[in-house]
Write a protein that binds this ligand. Structure first.
Ligand SMILES: Cc1cc2nc3c(=O)[nH]c(=O)nc-3n(C[C@H](O)[C@H](O)[C@H](O)COP(=O)(O)OP(=O)(O)OC[C@H]3O[C@@H](n4cnc5c(N)ncnc54)[C@H](O)[C@@H]3O)c2cc1C
Length: 380
């Protein structure tokens, strides 16, 4: 067993850390206030290969695995969770759906520009009436003129407004339940497909979250991903990989919050000494660091299994559950260690706390992760 990153993986980690410190850190609060994902940033992320991390070079990707991917998302989120979230939705949801289940033509047409960062991707599973229960999808696709007419809406879609490409599921045969759901690739130039209400959020504010609407949107059959009726199962498999990225996002947020607390505890003096000299504060720091390490190990375990082409449903859900709840606990303790200053926007602790909460909700809530884990345990 090897618990160290390889030299190359460590280099990737270092270069993303440097990038995040120089290109993201100075803008974190400005982007948070304006709820803006910078186009300029997307181009810089693309230059570093971060818009196509897990895809082969033949498709314009960086040809890396999930261990590198988790490390990259962690490093982005250590500085700004919003950037990590948007990059994750683009890579492991939208682009990976096309890479995993798309035809060669679909990969050439859609995956290559996504992986090169020329296009931005979004992924639509959630609907107003179908959240945790994604099988309750109401968006419909009806056969028409050799293609499909799609009607309905998706909400809470990351990158919904700035995306060029969206992969989304729709009901193609209601009688077949979740086996009657299919996946399609949409592009923004399609008539009848548009983004709608942008959410004004608690955290992850620089990551754009909005709804999309399909109004009799014609989609050619060549844009159907995989066979008819496979969309729900495909989405569940995509989430197995996506949850590793949310676990990594959580580890990064927790790490950033912990480092801020550690730094502050050494600077802040009360009762004539730095607060880091009080056992009450030291125990908090020790618990935070231990929980982060455990979350990182679970995340890297799931990532390594994915790279080894093993099933990761249980490990991805465990990593996502533990890491996201760790992020919430650690960032709350970071606010506590900062005292009143932690409650202000002059210090980074409050933003880590706000951002962390999304991690227990997106790509399946903590309750749903527990159901997934229990199902895996009971069938063993
Ligand atoms: C910032 C943000 C970005 C997002 N990005 C995307 C995206 O890019 N694409 C996408 O498709 N979706 C996205 N989502 C949607 C997200 O995945 C859903 O919000 C999430 O799956 C929960 O669905 P819901 O909000 O409808 O909550 P609900 O399903 O209504 O859940 C409400 C509560 O009930 C609980 N609950 C539900 N069912 C059960 C059960 N069986 N047992 C126990 N408890 C249960 C839940 O855990 C939760 O606590 C995003 C959400 C946010 C906030």
């Amino acid at each position: 067993m090897n618990f160290e990153l390889s030299e190359e993986q460590q280099q990737v980690k270092n270069s993303v850390r440097e990038f995040a410190e120089s290109e993201i850190r100075p803008h974190v609060m400005e982007w948070d206030e304006s709820q803006h994902f910078s186009d300029d940033l997307r181009l810089k992320l693309a230059e570093l290969g971060l818009m196509g991390v897990i895809f082969p070079e033949a498709y314009g990707g960086a040809g890396m695995g999930y261990v590198e991917y988790a490390t990259i998302i962690e490093e982005l989120a250590r500085v700004d969770g919003s950037v990590g979230l948007s990059v994750a939705a683009h890579n492991s949801l939208c682009s990976n759906h096309i890479y995993t289940f798309g035809t060669e033509e679909q990969k050439q047409k859609y995956l290559v520009p996504l992986a090169q960062g020329e296009a931005f991707g979004a992924w639509g599973l959630t609907e107003p009436q179908a959240g945790s229960d994604a099988s309750g999808t109401r968006t419909t696709a009806i056969r028409s003129n050799g293609g499909w007419k799609v009607s309905g809406a998706k909400n809470f879609i990351t990158n919904a407004i700035c995306c060029n490409t969206l992969v989304a599921v729709a009901v193609t045969d209601k009688a077949k339940g979740n086996k009657g759901i299919s996946a399609f690739i949409f592009d923004k130039s399609m008539e009848g497909f548009r983004s709608d209400k942008k959410e004004n959020k608690l955290g992850m504010r620089a990551s754009e979250t909005a709804s999309v609407v399909f109004e009799d949107c014609y989609v050619p059959d060549e844009n159907r991903v995989g066979s008819e009726g496979e969309g729900f199962l495909q989405a569940m498999q995509i989430l197995d990989g996506g949850r590793i990225s949310i676990a990594a996002l959580s580890v990064g947020i927790a790490q950033g919050a912990y480092e801020a607390a550690l730094r502050y505890s050494k600077e802040r003096q009360q009762f004539g000494k730095p607060i880091s000299e009080f056992e009450g504060i030291q125990f908090k720091l020790a618990d935070m660091a231990t929980q982060i390490e455990a979350a990182r190990l679970l995340t890297l375990q799931a990532a390594a299994l994915k790279d080894a082409h093993c099933g990761t449903t249980r490990q991805s859900a465990m990593a996502k559950l533990f890491a996201s709840e760790t992020a919430v606990r650690v960032s709350e303790e970071s606010v506590q260690i900062h005292g009143g200053y932690g409650y202000t926007k002059d210090y980074p602790a409050e933003k880590y706390w706000r951002d962390s909460k999304l991690c227990t909700i997106g790509e399946g809530t903590s309750e749903i992760q527990r159901l997934v884990i229990a199902k895996q345990l009971l069938k063993a």
